[in-house]
Design a protein around this ligand. Sequence first.
Ligand SMILES: [Zn+2]
Length: 359
Amino acid sequence: MAANDPATRAEPSSTTDRNVKHVVLGNLLFQTWYQSIYPEDLVSKDTDRLYVCRWCFRYSCDAHAYTKHTRLCPHRQSPPGVKVYEQGGYSVWELDGEHHKLYAQNLSLFAKLFLDHKSVFFDVVSFLYYLLVYSDPNDPDSNYHVLGFFSKEKLSWDANNLACILVFPPYQHKQLGKLLMGVSYKISSWERDRSLIGGPERPLSEMGRRSYSRFWEDRVARYLLLHGRKAEDAEDFAVPQKSKSLKGLKRKHAHEFMTVQDIGLATGMLTEDVITALKGLSVVQPATPSKKRKSKDWNEATNAGHGTFVTVRKTTVLEWAKSHHMALWDPVKDEGFHGKWAPTDSDVSDGDSNESGDG
Ligand SMILES: [Zn+2]
């Protein structure tokens, strides 16, 4: 299994190799992209329209049976599992594939219509699923929508924080993939042994790679710009176009030495992913320190035999952030987490945990 595209993708595969051509999800009708593995006795090879319950992902080729089900669906009021995150109408629900086997299988069958390669897709028992749900805050009586999900192996030897991610096609291009990736990094930062850092399961699909590269670029850019600052300082950065913000950036930590590993530890990212992000940001310049600038850190690091030195200017990172319309503060908020992941008072006031620095 590989993390797949949450944000963008190319044209659907040719229509001939897809058993289901279109799906009806709630009141939405849209095209499928790939073949799924629906049982042939229930879904024939050339199904033009498959009706899928937007709450439990049960399916039927029969519109009448589908309508009947939606009136009685057991998940009509609330998604299965427990809510682990909520912010501005969006919430994330965690469910165990072992306890919600049929749900997880039906979700997987539906997701496969939009995912290219999934080899062990139906081993739902060893996975946790995180549903991205939207409920209109202004209309609490309206039913919720599941917009996408990610799955995660319960026991991953490679410390993968995510196995598969999908934002359903009608909800793509709204930065929701980044929200799910951000939640996956937050959760893994809290549950991991501090020395064990992971990332999405490899290999990444081409589209997964693009989405993750951008997510990592944002993450590293935020760290470079904001680490050591508290969220209360956010107003300084709210309008980065203002020269005041640039001054603020220059003023603090005029010259600072850090290794790629330092950035990885602080952001919960693998070293290789930090390097991917730094390359993508195109903010790295060859280091040519003047005598005046040669710091104690620099001399110590040189003597310790560390590798190549480069310079990154915060102003260049800020330019990148502006031109890429990056939200300076992480859209995933610590205070949005519920239940076992809810922040404690010490988490909030601390400000020094690996992850809270960029939230
Ligand atoms: Zn249902």
